[in-house]
Design a protein around this ligand. Structure first.
Ligand code: ATP
Ligand code: MG
Length: 417
């Protein structure tokens, strides 16, 4: 009879006092922006949930696909719109409940339209009784249990059609986009850093990405298209994203020339953190994010991570520190970065790989290893060589700008000071 309606629920946990309006406003914006290009009649907010009324010709599958990428959605349901009378309501409740297997059920009504002539208690008991009778007629051994039922038949009395739904589908959870502040993520082409980015965006952080690439690659072999593809795939979670692309090979050569072989990779990492920090300051971001996982490779032993971090002036967050590769891969598959990271590309880090990498560096040892390097000018070189590609998620598609040089030379000094 009418277009599909999606009921969107969020967890109440983050609705602390004065933050409530802020968080709900952000979630509302996220819903509106995510559904761009899909006909939506309106989005209502009757109490502790959102009701998205799709418009004529709206593709439900596409709407659900978009909804599943919105942080802050705890779960959602596709509701049946029903004529405003009790018979129609009982019939729709039956259609909704009949295919579900359960022992105990409950009916829960919420009434945001007080003009409906029946109270919530009346609705619950009439619909509950009707369901129980029909179920038992069919020989099903079921009972009503209000506390912790196996399935709940939800009824929403809002202006317009009544809504009925019983199947709640988990959303991605987390906190609404762009509520937690800014961070800068070191995005390689591999599986880990894209998944690390996802975890931080899920918690409401807004990320900019920095990718370091080798220039010695064969044409078509560079890692740039992989980093771009990853940034593009991650953009819908936060609507906009920047990708700083830093040519790194000259800096690596300088490290190779001037520092002991065993700590090369660690010095690459320290330079990456410092250059990423310069961009973080430019974007007023307060922390860095990497895809490190404890002990995954030689550069990620506890001591090495600590020695690398000593070069950073901002906190470095590593959301994957305690996860296994298998778990990371599973998430990469879920969020669609797996295929992109699986593409062959020229990774800058294994270049000039040491034969025996240091496993337990001390910060002081790395400071000494850098003694013959002009760290400040290498940072400037990285910042000045960088190009910036910007992404925006609008109308259901991600658009990218042509990469442009980041800063005029005179400003990049200011940015890193
Ligand atoms: P990933 O960790 O994403 O799978 P990887 O395994 O190639 O990529 P590691 O050698 O594990 O990378 O590096 C650890 C972390 O350092 C990465 O997760 C990423 O945050 C950062 N990093 C490494 N290489 C790059 C790069 N080329 N550009 C940006 N960040 C990088
Ligand atoms: Mg890794």
């Amino acid at each position: 009879m009418s277009n599909p309606v999606i009921v969107v629920h969020y967890h109440e946990l983050w609705l602390k006092g004065r933050n409530r309006r802020f968080f709900l406003g952000k979630l509302f914006t996220a819903l509106r922006q995510s559904f761009q290009g899909i006909p939506v009649e309106r989005i209502e907010q009757p109490g502790d949930r959102f009701i998205v009324r799709l418009g004529d010709g709206a593709p439900l599958d596409e709407a659900i696909k978009r909804l599943e990428r919105i942080p802050g959605v705890a779960y959602y349901a596709v509701a049946r719109p029903v004529e405003r009378n009790m018979e129609a309501l009982c019939a729709a409740a039956w259609d909704e409940i009949e295919p579900v297997r359960f022992e105990a059920f409950a009916v829960r009504a919420k009434r945001s339209d007080k003009t409906f002539p029946h109270s919530t208690m009346e609705i619950e008991s009439v619909v509950g009784r009707s369901l129980l009778d029909k179920l038992r007629e069919r020989g099903r051994d079921v009972h009503v249990r209000l506390k912790d039922p196996d399935v709940t038949c939800h009824i929403e009395v809002t202006p317009g059609p009544l809504l009925v739904y019983a199947r709640k589908i988990p959303g991605m959870g987390g906190l609404p986009a762009n509520t937690a502040g800014r961070m800068t993520c070191l995005l390689s082409g591999g599986y880990d850093s894209a998944v690390a980015a996802y975890h931080m965006m899920k918690r409401g952080a807004h990320l900019s990405f920095v990718h370091f690439y080798g220039t010695g690659a064969q044409p078509g072999e560079s890692s740039l298209h992989v980093a771009s593809g990853l940034a593009r795939t991650l953009t819908p979670y936060q609507f906009r994203a920047k990708l700083y692309r830093v040519p790194f090979e000259a800096i690596q050569r300088e490290i190779v020339r001037a520092a002991p072989e065993g700590v090369r990779i660690l010095l690459y990492r320290r330079m990456m953190l410092r250059i990423a920090e310069a961009f973080a300051r430019r974007d007023r971001a307060l922390a860095l994010v990497t895809g490190d996982s404890l002990g995954q490779v030689a550069s990620q032993t506890l001591r090495n991570l600590v020695a690398v971090d000593a070069a950073a002036r901002m906190p470095v967050f590593r959301p994957l520190i305690g996860t296994d590769k298998m778990e990371i891969i599973a998430t990469a598959k879920k969020i669609g970065t797996y295929e992109i990271s699986s593409e062959p590309f020229h990774d800058c880090c294994p270049v000039f790989m040491p034969r025996t990498p240091e496993l337990s560096a001390r910060p002081q040892e790395l400071d000494e290893a850098e003694a013959n390097l002009d760290v400040a000018s290498l940072i400037t070189q990285g910042v000045q060589g960088a190009t910036l590609e910007k992404f925006a998620f609008t109308g259901g598609r991600v658009e990218a700008t042509e990469p442009k040089s980041v800063l005029p030379a005179d400003q990049s000094h200011a940015a890193i000071a």
